[in-house]
Design a protein around this ligand. Sequence first.
Ligand SMILES: Cc1ncc(COP(=O)(O)O)c(C=O)c1O
Length: 410
Amino acid sequence: MPDLAIDGGPAAAEALSIPEWPQPVAESRENLLEVFESGTWCRGPWIERLEDEFADYHDAEHAIAVSNGTVAIELALRAAGVEPGDEVIVPSYSFIASASAVPTVGAIPRFADTDPATFTIDPDSVREQITADTVGVVGVHFAGYPMDLDELVPICEEHDLFLIEDAAHAHGSEWRGRKVGAFGAFGTFSFQESKSLPSGEGGIVVTDDDVLAERARTMQNIGRAQGETGYRHYTLSSNSRMSAFQAAVALGQLETLPAENERREENEEILLSELEAIDGVRTKPRDDRITARGYCLENFRYDPDGFDGLSRERFVEALRTEGVPVFDGYEVPIYRQPAFFRDEVRRLLPPGAEIPDYRNLPLPGAEQLCRENVAYSHPLLLADEEGIRAVADAIRKVQAHAADLRAREA
Ligand SMILES: Cc1ncc(COP(=O)(O)O)c(C=O)c1O
């Protein structure tokens, strides 16, 4: 076995060539120029086209374009009827917006644990968090791997809760042959530039419900009724509209998304078949109910026992030096972020609201993922087959040298 790259040997994943991201599509450029010269930079036909095409692509009746994926969740919560002091169950292992949107609209987040096998919200833990004040659940299709909708939708129906699917990572993901997003009250997406459908910033909300769609449209447009542009405002809400420039870019990028996702899926299959055979690498379960995958990042769990006790930090460092750009993700679950210190949350909630002691929550699944996660971004899955196989070669090489690396850690 050649020397580790960390010791000056050749990088095992030299063949891995990852495309730059975002990848500008020619159609986005043409659309942008058209918008620029049209004089309609706000609202109008480009936004409507994006909403129609995205709703169609994601098997939803309605889509409402917004300025980013964070306000998409806030808008969905408001339109779903959340009121100050209500409780909403949120994921513990995700980007902070999946949970911070809840206090931002004056409601109390209650964190559910995360299933470490799938990185998605644990339905049993959701059940445990339901109280008389719970009005809804936000879950994430984390890394584009759908949460268990067979479990979550009935729990929500049984307890009369809305479900918001944070699908910021899941453009194109399918559950039992249907795209995610409109299984619950709302699905929310991000078009931020690192996402698989990028428009710089941007987002969209989807729903099958006509009434919820109209409420979301009104609230997205500072209280104006659908289709109106004047000075009559029916609700007190903000402006979260997307600009026509963002829509122009997203429309172009949407053209290439399905083929890119197919390529990612094929490559993930190759990578999985290699990784599943490596001791100490825990991949996500194959699930027949997931009929297509979208991606933002992808993850596996690292078990030092398969690597002579080598720490994950040192494994990630060695693998990066071998040419595979992995990273270890969130250092702490969302509830241990400084933003969730009680005084910080209290500022946003009605006086007297009972706020859990987030910092001391015992949610072992989320904690485990913070220790074991190894992630890579979706453009890696657009590499060629030789590059994809080189990822597994690099892991095996680090494994072969693990005892030596471990000895240096001590
Ligand atoms: C799971 C998840 N939800 C929501 C968001 C928020 O999206 P945005 O950055 O467009 O506000 C992100 C962004 O990374 C995310 O990863």
